[in-house]
Design a protein around this ligand. Structure first.
Ligand code: ZN
Length: 497
């Protein structure tokens, strides 16, 4: 390895340590920290994050990048220089006064959002949201963009993709999705009442852990705890943690959330250890991350072969609730499609409509075609148009998601991009692994995990999401594989022509 790249690595490693330390504090905040710790924790996080930021935007980073540029013609050294340069140029363009203002506005907005949601009163949140929109626009102007300010915000999560591309993908998806949802709505509904019963948390926990251990999630390099909102956090490839939440009346909720988070966790545990303590040692884009979660959750966890293997064990674990559940009714129940108000509870078909609605409204806020005051009404109109259901309260409508209160404009589309990515990867996997269904039906996941390790996980941020997908599947991202998957699966489930 060349000395200039080595100098760059040495400079970046402690910055990554500071970011990982901040992540440990955030993990603790969501899992074990008593409420009383909130104020001190906010200060500790602010200190760690601003120290990491100052070190990163220092002139020294720029100098080291310049020196390393010519010295590193080959991957992964060249990737280190390329990705760090991208992060660096983005970071130095945003004035530190704006970073500080945004950080303060976000924490105030989150508190206001929590109260607004509790009291079902959007007006308590509105001025904070307006402020975040203004500051995010300022940030977009500082970063720069080719076409629209939303581009500058989207690329924080999706380097290499533009708003126009996302909009065009969503248009293609919508054209076939809306008729599919309508056809399902006209078909006799699936009865999913067999999922409800009494499922003790300890048994749910044991079952979920055994499933993801079978997938290859390594509990010697990870753990699972409980939090209000499930998430995955990585501090290093050898320390990747998951959380979940339990509903003792419904067996599906924690199980699929556990599988989903394990998909994220397997990605982080599979990143090449040599990329640790560098900016490359992370998932490449949110859509790629989400693709790993959705692939395990929907393509594997909600498939018939999977339940051919696991249903007997689930029945043994919960004999009184599920003792006589047969494969077919169970498979149908976990794949029921029904328009609903809450995104995080949506099925895999209508989920996209929740995302499209948020993409359109979020974009409108940023490009100035939608004012914050009109947001609740526009939300309800869009729910009616897309899903045919209208929330009776803003708490169950426009106030349901935390994202905008965190200033995370550009985040929502990554959920659908991830789902489309998962379906496209799955077609390539099925070509390469023609016996996948039998393997899954026998509880064997190592061929699938090996494929994901070599095509997706190990690369970290060396490849952008578009490059990674092109190499893994030979094509750029398209809505077609997901549409084929959905029309097949749900066409059969709902007996559609
Ligand atoms: Zn996810």
């Amino acid at each position: 390895m060349s000395a200039p790249v080595e100098d760059l690595r040495t400079h970046l490693a402690p910055i990554e340590d500071l970011k990982a330390a901040a992540a440990v504090l955030r993990w603790d905040q969501e899992t074990y920290m008593p409420d009383g710790g909130a104020e001190a924790r906010a200060q500790q996080l602010s200190t760690l994050q601003s120290t990491a930021h100052e070190r990163f935007v220092a002139d020294e980073t720029g100098t080291l990048l310049d020196r390393a540029a010519d010295a590193a013609p080959l991957d992964p050294d060249a990737a280190l220089v390329r990705v760090t340069r991208r992060d660096y140029e983005r970071a130095v363009r945003v004035p530190s006064s704006l970073v500080a203002e945004l950080s303060k506005a976000k924490s105030q907005a989150q508190q206001a959002w929590t109260r607004a949601r509790q009291h079902d009163d959007f007006s308590r949140f509105a001025p904070h949201l307006e402020r975040l929109v203004d500051l995010s626009l300022e940030k977009a102007e500082a970063i720069g963009y080719a076409d629209a300010p939303y581009d500058a915000l989207l690329t924080a999560y999706e380097p290499g993709r533009t708003t126009a591309e996302v909009a065009s993908l969503f248009d293609t998806l919508r054209d076939d999705l809306v008729p599919l949802v309508d056809a399902i709505g006209d078909a006799p509904p699936i009865d999913d009442s067999l999922l409800r019963g009494t499922y003790p948390q300890s048994d749910q926990r044991a079952f979920g852990r055994s499933v993801i251990a079978d997938f290859g999630y390594d509990f010697d390099r990870g753990r699972q705890d409980v939090s209000t909102h499930p998430f995955t956090m990585s501090f290093a490839p050898n320390d990747v943690r998951l959380t979940t939440r339990y509903d003792e009346d419904n067996v599906a909720s924690a199980l699929f959330s556990t599988i989903h988070e394990a998909g994220h966790g397997l990605y982080e545990q599979g990143i090449d250890p040599s990329l640790a303590r560098t900016p490359l040692g992370d998932g490449t884009a949110l859509s790629t991350h989400e693709s790993q979660a959705r692939l395990w959750e929907n393509h594997i966890g909600r498939s018939r072969p999977f339940w051919r293997h696991y249903l007997p064990a689930l029945r043994d674990r919960f004999p009184s609730a599920l003792g006589d559940a047969a494969l077919e009714p169970f498979y149908r129940a976990i794949n029921r499609v029904t328009p609903s108000l809450i995104r995080v509870e949506a099925d895999e078909v209508t989920y996209h409509l929740h995302v499209m609605l948020r993409f359109e409204l979020g974009r409108g806020l940023i490009d100035g075609t939608l004012s914050v005051n009109d947001l609740p009404e526009r939300w309800n109109d869009a729910m009616d148009t897309y899903l045919g259901v209208v929330p009776e309260t803003d708490a169950n409508g426009v106030l349901q998601d935390v994202h905008w209160s965190q200033g995370a404009f550009g985040y929502f589309p990554t959920y659908t991009l991830g789902t489309l990515t998962a379906a496209q990867l799955m077609e390539a996997i099925q070509d390469d692994l023609p016996s996948l269904s039998e393997q899954v039906a026998n509880g064997r996941f190592d061929p699938l995990l090996d494929w994901l390790r070599s095509h997706v996980h190990r690369h970290g941020r060396i490849l952008t999401a578009p490059d990674l997908l092109e190499r893994a599947t030979g094509a750029e991202l398209s809505a077609d594989p997901w549409l084929r998957y959905a029309e097949n699966k749900f066409g059969a489930l709902y007996d559609l022509a």
